[in-house]
Design a protein around this ligand. Sequence first.
Ligand code: RIB
Length: 368
Amino acid sequence: MAKPVSIRDVARRAGVSVGTVSNALNRPELVAPETLERVRSSIEALGFVRNGSARQLRAGQSRTVGLVVLDITNPFFTDVARGVEDAASDAGLSVILCNSDGDPDKEARYLDVLAEERVQGILIVPASADGGRRLQALRERGIAVVLLDRRATQASHCSVSVDDVAGGRLAVRHLLELGHRRIAFVGSGAVRQVKDRLRGATEAVVRAGCPRDQLIVVPVPALNVQGGRAAAAALAAIPASLRPTAAFCVNDLVALGLIQGATRLGLAVPGELSVVGYDDIDFAESAAVPLSSVRQPRQELGRAAAELLAEEVSGGPHEHRRVVLQPELVVRASTAPLLGAAPGDTAKRARHQSEPGATLEGASAPCA
Ligand code: RIB
């Protein structure tokens, strides 16, 4: 196998020093145009490929950051990654995308890889609550860490998240205003986002004067379309007189799977089952039954986190901050008043509802 072309080979062929080739690669603004052209034609003629690891070793750190998400098949994370990449690119940083599948061991392996790659910083949606211990070790090695879609509990790092408790309240208050009283919370899992949505949903039920166990939790095997289909089978098996008439799903993929499964099992949406999702991914609006959903500002979430990280690694002035963005309810065809209920004053039910200060005004009577 031929010996790989080295930076010395390029310098010799171009008739310049190794330092000039290094500048041509890393700081071309320092090199005279005709010299730059000679170096570039030498690189092309020899097929030189720079050795990222070697360069990074010399420089101490790369101009790269890592992004670790829970599930790259979920459009929520694709949209967040878009925001991250836009902001990172604006700051001259490249992004290495890692998918943890919500598995703490896989997450740990990726964190080790990113450290070996000498990334300047890491944006992470933690798969586990105690990700903090591992993340603290990275900070002690000089790698900045920003929590994404998770509110930092210590002042030792930045975070950008969405108020998921408010989002859960928005979803269930909407269903209560439509007159629904038997409401399912469809979702499960250890991630903080799910727990906060359930907490908000429970608060909405209690605020409406209903007993907290009015909310029926329907666990799912996974937070995806298959999980939603499994939930549909569980709901369809409940006798109609006891079955929930509405469901708040922990994310849009589960909601779209629930609608698909319910329809196949002969449950009309929204006629027999109103469904609200969470994230408001692009598929929500274009679904067969356009999905009501709690919208998360996905690209804004990613951009804001990447901007905080870029500021921290720039070496300039930086104060750790915890940015919390607000969700909003987007009402579409998948939710409708309970048959025979006196729905809230629909005139007041704006298409988009936000949380602060909103009450159950115009809602039908509190729980009987
Ligand atoms: O990963 C599960 C969910 O958490 C995603 O759908 C998104 O809502 C995130 O916040």
